[in-house]
Design a protein around this ligand. Structure first.
Ligand SMILES: [Zn+2]
Length: 243
């Protein structure tokens, strides 16, 4: 009930300015969740896709575990909606090059649900939608999952970093210090993917949790960081993008 009330009070995504990429400059990018738990309605998502088309900007949406935490039918509705509006699919690797704005959708998936991601691949191909997978705990993925990630990359999707142990950054920094957080949680996450043949240049904060001090430290090593647009009760999302 509390979540539904929070959702009801939140602005429709067309009014959430932070989730639109308008061109080079900002290096802290912000996405809005389409997970079931946030109760974003389809009209709100359609409004965001409309704004991307009408203003020639890239809207950023993200999700977790397809099937478990986000409805695959919702993902397909977004893919179809983007195709219908002529939105380009934009990966974070492309945004790392600081391109000019264009009417587009940057859809990303966080964590380590490689089998479920592969289950989306044919549908994404049908809509020619390339997405970004922010991978955490890569060191725990078995050979099958690693091969799955390689297959997703081969099909044009982007594989980027999401932490060694999926820590909430502000707390990790408080406990171990900023240098240790960067050295032990962020850089090895990027390095492991690089060693496996991917080319990560972007780090997505677990839970979107960040501070401007941590942003500065990470942006010495990666081109962009991705956070999330608003706090979400019950989902550990606090310290998201600035308003
Ligand atoms: Zn995560």
């Amino acid at each position: 009930m509390a979540l539904a009330l929070v959702a009801a009070c939140r602005s429709p995504l067309a009014e959430v300015d932070q989730i639109y990429y308008r061109g080079p400059g900002p290096r802290v990018l912000c996405a809005a969740s389409i997970d079931r738990a946030v109760h974003e309605d389809q009209a709100s998502i359609d409004g965001a896709l409309d704004r991307a088309r009408d203003e020639g900007v890239v809207v950023q949406l993200y999700a977790h575990a397809p099937g478990r935490l986000v409805d695959p039918a919702r993902i397909e509705a977004i893919a179809a909606g983007a195709a219908r509006r002529g939105l380009a699919s934009v990966t974070y690797a492309e945004l790392a090059d600081a391109p000019p704005a264009r009417a587009g959708l940057a859809l990303s998936f966080d964590d380590d649900d490689v089998a479920a991601w592969l289950g989306l691949a044919d549908m994404l191909d049908r809509y020619q939608l390339r997405v970004t997978f922010f991978v955490t705990r890569f060191q725990e993925l078995d050979a099958t999952a690693r091969a799955g990630l390689a297959e997703l990359a081969r099909r044009g999707h982007d594989v980027e970093a999401h932490g060694v142990h999926h820590l909430r950054a502000p707390e990790a920094v408080q406990e171990a210090g900023l240098d240790a957080y960067v050295r032990d949680e962020v850089l090895p996450s990027v390095a492991a993917l690089t060693a496996a043949g991917f080319a990560p240049r972007v780090f997505a904060y677990p839970y979107g949790a960040r501070t401007s001090t941590i942003d500065r430290a990470l942006l010495a090593h990666v081109a962009l960081v991705r956070s999330v647009a608003y706090p979400t009760d019950g989902l550990l999302v606090s310290d998201p993008c600035p308003e």
